[in-house]
Design a protein. Structure first.
Length: 183
C-alpha cells in the first residue's frame, strides 16, 4: 500500500484526536510510523493501525475505516484540487474513478494498486458501484463516497447488498444522492 494512504490516516487521526493519539495507535500497533508518500508498505500495517484504533475507540474496524475515508476527502481536495474542481456532484466525480482519477494516481504514485469499479445508474439520483479489490476495503470506499458527497454539498445514503467480506465476488454499493438541504 502506498504511503500516501498512511499519511492521510495520520492526518485524519491527528486532526480529530491529536498527535498523542496517533503516537498511541502506532505503539499499540507496534509500528514506527515513518511513511513517505511514494513508499510502499505492507497492507498489514494499515490493518494493524485500524485494529488499534478500533480497540481504542470501542467501535468496529469498518467504522474506523469508513471515518478515515470520509476524513481523507478534504485533505485530498486540498492536495489535488484538479481532481475535484471540474465536477458539481459526487456522482459526477465518482464516475471518473476508473478513467481519470486512478490513471492519474498511478502516474503520481507508481506501483499503486487501486480498486476496480463498475457503475450503473438505474434511476435518477442513484448510483450503483461494483467494487473489487484484493484488499477488501469497501468501508474505505464508502467513506470516500460520504466525504465526496459532503464536499459537493450533498447527502448520500450508502448500502451494500453484496460484499467481498461476506464471500461475494464483489461489493455492490448503492448510493442514493440528494441535496444536503433536502436531507
Amino acid at each position: 500500500m502506498k504511503g500516501i494512504i498512511f499519511n492521510l490516516v495520520e492526518e485524519v487521526v491527528t486532526d480529530r484526536y491529536g498527535e498523542d493519539t496517533w503516537d498511541l495507535l502506532l505503539d499499540a500497533a507496534g509500528l514506527d510510523g515513518s511513511y513517505t508518500s511514494l513508499g510502499s508498505y505492507p497492507d498489514e500495517e494499515l490493518f494493524r493501525l485500524v485494529a488499534a484504533a478500533s480497540a481504542a475507540l470501542g467501535v468496529p474496524a469498518d467504522d474506523v475505516v469508513r471515518q478515515l475515508g470520509e476524513g481523507a476527502i478534504p485533505l485530498l481536495v486540498e492536495r489535488f484540487p484538479a481532481f475535484f474542481e471540474n465536477f458539481t456532484s459526487a456522482q459526477g466525480f465518482l464516475l471518473t474513478l476508473n478513467d481519470i482519477i486512478h490513471p492519474e494516481v498511478r502516474k503520481l504514485y507508481p506501483g499503486a494498486e487501486v480498486p476496480d469499479f463498475d457503475f450503473d445508474t438505474p434511476e435518477d439520483g442513484v448510483l450503483l458501484i461494483g467494487y473489487r479489490s484484493q484488499r477488501r476495503l469497501c468501508a474505505l470506499a464508502e467513506g470516500f463516497i460520504l466525504g465526496a458527497a459532503s464536499h459537493y454539498g450533498e447527502h448520500v445514503e450508502v448500502s451494500q447488498s453484496r460484499c467481498l467480506l461476506r464471500g461475494d465476488d464483489q461489493c455492490l454499493i448503492r448510493c442514493a444522492f440528494r441535496a444536503a438541504d433536502a436531507a
